[in-house]
Design a protein around this ligand. Structure first.
Ligand SMILES: *[C@@H]1O[C@H](CO)[C@@H](O)[C@H](O)[C@H]1NC(C)=O
Ligand SMILES: [Ca+2]
Ligand SMILES: [Ca+2]
Length: 337
């Protein structure tokens, strides 16, 4: 009896798995022909090289834009049966079906938003209304006094400040010139939709966002797993220390971080949890009654601390009205594949 070498079989399996892995965006110069010999049955063909309209070209399988990641369609578990905020609607865990799509690897940066505004003369809602919400530590104590009556009742560390917009994101005298590679903030849902449309993209649905967040893993808290600090390292930009006055910025950032810090999962996605909250396309449902006024945001921000805002988990969610903006809320775009 010949002995079956399971090692070899396993190796072949691994090899075929590696080759069918959709690492579609890793090498834009790779030619389609390199994949020509692997396909067997149609449902084993990697999604990224499926023949679409018989028009075979690598651009059909790779994003033209190397700053996007390809996410293969399928059924994915999202939500959780162990919610931390029941009233947010994190539960139950459920199967979400998504089609192939691309999603930005990074939150949209000030540089990119500046480009958009320069080319379109777009005016954000914060600029139209003349104010936006700023976190208290970004105001001088005199300003905190002056704006005492313009605080959010349930969250008195948020001040509605005149003259704040994406152009001076972290205080009246701050400037995007010091934050080109940081995420754009003080942008409303409507602003985010306008940017994505201009870029030939769209906002991700909540399901798409969460599938991208989970990075192909199942039932994990974070994009990389369940441990907040694997190997003792910081994997995201959140709050360390006492809230709301004692941010030790142990992760290196007291405010936002550049969009290309903190790579968080195998889809090559950065800052999807932490840094800034991200708008999604979806309407926030209250008691199953849709209101067009509010939309789902995901991922938590640099102001989140486990003690009061343990929302830097993939399943976590929150909401804002479509025209509201603040210094810790931005977005990334998605695109049909
Ligand atoms: C933007 O505004 C400037 C100055 O008013 C004008 O010259 C330009 O044509 C406008 N561009 C667009 C795309 O509307
Ligand atoms: Ca931080
Ligand atoms: Ca984020």
């Amino acid at each position: 009896m010949p002995q079956i070498n399971f090692g070899v079989i396993y190796f072949c399996f691994l090899l075929s798995w590696v080759y069918s892995d959709c690492g579609c965006n890793k090498d834009l110069n790779r030619k389609y022909e390199e994949f020509g010999t692997i396909s067997t049955s149609s449902n084993e063909v990697p999604v990224c090289k499926r023949d679409k309209q018989n028009n075979l070209h690598y651009r059909d399988y790779y994003p033209e834009d190397p700053t996007m990641s390809f996410i293969p369609g399928g059924s994915y578990l999202i939500g959780t049966d162990e919610p931390h905020f029941q009233s947010d609607g994190e539960a139950p865990e459920r199967l979400a079906k998504v089609s192939d799509f691309y999603i930005d690897k990074y939150e949209v940066s000030n540089a990119k938003f500046y480009d958009f505004v320069k080319k379109t003369n777009y005016t954000t809602e914060a600029e139209i209304y003349g104010d936006s919400f700023l976190f208290k530590t970004l105001l001088t104590s005199e300003m905190q006094k002056e704006y005492e009556d313009f605080r959010v009742v349930s969250a008195p560390w948020w001040f509605k400040v005149k003259g704040i917009s994406w152009r001076n994101p972290h205080g009246l005298h701050s400037s995007i010139k010091d934050f080109w590679d940081h995420p754009v903030v003080h942008v409303s849902w409507n602003d985010a939709v306008a940017y994505c449309l201009w870029a030939g993209k769209r906002l991700p649905t909540e399901a798409e966002w969460e599938v991208a967040c989970r990075g192909g893993k199942k039932r994990k808290l974070f994009p990389w797993g369940n441990k907040l600090k694997p190997r003792g390292k910081h994997w995201l930009n959140i709050w360390q220390g006492d809230f709301p006055d004692g941010n030790t910025a142990e992760d290196g950032y007291g405010i936002t971080s550049p969009v290309n810090k903190f790579r968080q999962n195998d889809y090559d996605i950065y800052n999807i949890v932490g840094n800034v909250w991200e708008w999604t396309h979806d309407v926030w449902k209250r008691n199953d009654e849709s209101t067009n006024a509010e939309h789902v945001k995901k991922g938590g921000s640099y102001l989140c601390h486990k003690s009061y805002c343990y929302r830097y988990r993939c399943a976590a969610r929150s909401q804002n009205t479509a025209d509201s903006s603040s210094g810790n809320l931005g977005f990334r775009c998605a695109k049909d594949a």
